[in-house]
Design a protein around this ligand. Structure first.
Ligand code: ADP
Ligand code: ZN
Length: 189
């Protein structure tokens, strides 16, 4: 019997603070896959409607068409079995089922590239990214520039008062801060 070597799937995670270039890096990798004539599908959570609904967009205005889904189950439902590369942006807004969904797609031989925040505005791990980092074959941590001092920044500083974990927004609501300049909100809040 002939040995047929099937495509080996894997998971890549791109994570870091806001403004660190996660979306840019995701778009760069997906564009290269498109240039290589691979079948690409891109998903983002329906919650993130800051920019165009049917696109993922970086803060530097790089963009690619995408499909909005409200759960990891819906993502799997919209997956075309012929797709070779799957991109997921703003993964921190997905449910915990995203980890199993990415594992399943990688097990099927797909290259899965997931971008998202690894920490919330308090500096705590922001699931499902930490779990995805554990199962991924490759992890890239991107750094922004601290708006206070110009150092590499790994934290997302919230500028408005709120106990909500998620406030969708960017400029004026959040800014990138380094370890020294980051002021996490009082945990006793
Ligand atoms: P992320 O997806 O991590 O939020 P994006 O890829 O959308 O980041 O945007 C990265 C771009 O944001 C940078 O290339 C730069 O043009 C812009 N930018 C704005 N503020 C900052 C900052 N403080 N540090 C780095 N880049 C910034
Ligand atoms: Zn700083």
């Amino acid at each position: 019997m002939a040995l047929i070597k099937t495509q080996l799937g894997w998971i890549e995670v791109i994570c870091g603070s806001m403004f660190s270039g996660k979306s840019e890096e995701l778009i760069r990798r997906l564009r290269r896959a498109i240039i290589a004539k691979q079948r690409v599908q891109i998903f983002k959570p329906a919650i993130d409607d800051r920019f165009a609904v049917a696109e993922i967009v970086s803060h530097s205005e790089m963009r690619l068409p995408s499909t909005s889904v409200s759960s990891s189950e819906e993502l799997l439902g919209k997956l075309d079995h012929r797709t070779e590369v799957v991109g997921v942006d703003e993964a921190q807004f997905f449910d915990a089922g995203l980890v199993a969904a990415c594992q399943r797609m990688a097990d099927q031989g797909k290259r899965v590239i997931v971008a998202g925040l690894d920490k919330d505005y308090r500096g705590n791990p922001f699931e499902p990214i930490p779990s995805l980092m554990a199962v991924a074959e490759d992890v890239t941590k991107t750094l922004a520039i601290c708006v206070r001092c110009g150092s590499p920044a790994n934290n997302t500083q919230r500028l408005v008062e709120s106990d909500e974990r998620v406030i969708v927004g960017a400029q004026g609501v959040y800014e990138a801060r380094c370890r020294r300049c980051f002021e996490p909100p009082d945990r006793a809040d």
